[in-house]
Design a protein around this ligand. Structure first.
Ligand SMILES: [Mn+2]
Length: 348
């Protein structure tokens, strides 16, 4: 059914009351301009589990979001839909996760790895490469249909396939909101670890710049990679930003500075742990400090109004706990990302 037809019977003030799609909207991936690709995957999670259930938690919590959004009133009419959560991937994740837990236990306790552990590692690296390929192929198909794509993790390893897909067509830069630099080379042996995504992204020539915001837990090796990048990677640590704020700079000028570092085409990689931990208490690797939700929103709104083009985004590491709070915050971030993308790309 065409998008406009769907809207005839839809009351936007009652979006949460119906069993529609994401944000209670009556769209399908076929008639939506923005398609969200859920990737329930967390094979390499190193601390707390749960983010494989992130897409489901976001989807459920999204139904309580009211649709009025001052940056683009009525912007939801462009059509936003989440693709079906792939249950086969969720099952593969569960079996893979059982194996990697055995591997990680040994990795953390013995110097020499057993043959069995090394076999698990090899197998996991093979499977994660397949998952990335799956993401890449799905993204390419959607991009060919003219869709704007957002990837919903899952751990922060899954959007790499989407980044590869986008890089086949254009040069761009990444705005990364994150507590961690994610610049580790094959963290804990995993080629496609959540802690390695930006290292892997930097191997892609068409990704010309990486601007990291909110970083407050990074290793010496990662620091060296930033320094050796000759400006290709620009890290705004939480400490840098807070010092500037305490010394009287405004968040507005800091945002201007961050945005000025980015090239014309910008991809937003939003790891929810970039926010303060009380906004994402069940995320895999929470770190004290970080951005307020309002600060992250303000930065992204300024970016969308800067004349630069948002070409894609991901939202990762949202993990449900015993209540819906993490999903609630995650879905709010997601709604903002969608409407910013719609406005920025001139979708009507
Ligand atoms: Mn991350």
């Amino acid at each position: 059914m065409p998008r406009t037809k769907k809207l005839e019977d839809f009351n936007p003030d009652e979006n949460g009351l119906h069993d529609f799609g994401i944000f209670g909207l009556p769209f399908t991936p076929e008639n939506a301009q923005i398609v969200l690709l859920p990737i329930p995957w967390e094979a390499t999670v190193s601390y707390k589990e749960g983010t494989a259930n992130g897409p489901d938690a976001i989807l459920k919590a999204s139904h309580q979001i009211d649709l009025y959004e001052p940056i683009y009133p009525g912007g939801w009419k462009v059509g936003i839909a989440m693709d079906e959560i792939p249950s086969n991937l969720l099952e593969l994740n569960t079996s893979c996760r059982t194996q990697t837990k055995m591997y990680l236990h040994e990795y953390g306790s013995s110097e020499i790895m057993s043959a069995q552990a090394l076999e698990i590692l090899e197998e996991t690296n093979k499977i994660t490469a397949q998952v990335l390929h799956y993401v890449k192929e799905k993204a390419i198909r959607l991009l060919e249909q003219g869709k704007f794509v957002g990837v919903i993790g899952g751990e922060h390893s899954v959007p790499l396939g989407y980044m590869q897909a986008l890089a086949e067509k254009q040069e761009y830069g990444i705005l990364q909101i994150d507590a961690h630099a994610d610049l580790r080379i094959a963290y804990e042996g995993f080629t496609h670890s959540h802690a390695s995504i930006m290292y892997n992204a930097m191997q892609i020539n068409n990704i010309t710049k990486l601007v990291q915001v909110g970083i407050r837990d990074h290793s010496e090796g990662e620091q060296k990679i930033v320094e050796a990048s000759q400006g290709r990677i620009r890290m705004y640590t939480d400490r840098d930003m807070k010092q500037a704020l305490y010394q009287g700079q405004t968040w507005d000028t800091i945002c201007d500075d961050i945005i000025a570092q980015l090239p014309q085409n910008v991809y937003i990689s939003f790891d929810i742990d970039g926010l303060q931990p009380w906004l994402c208490p069940n995320t895999g690797t929470p770190v004290a400090g970080g951005l307020l939700l309002e600060e992250a929103m303000y930065l992204m709104e300024k970016l969308a109004d800067s004349g630069k083009r948002i070409i894609g985004f991901d939202l990762c590491e949202v993990a449900p706990g015993n209540d819906e709070w993490d999903g609630n915050v995650g879905s709010r971030v997601l709604y903002k990302l969608c409407l910013l993308a719609a406005k920025n790309n001139g979708m009507v």
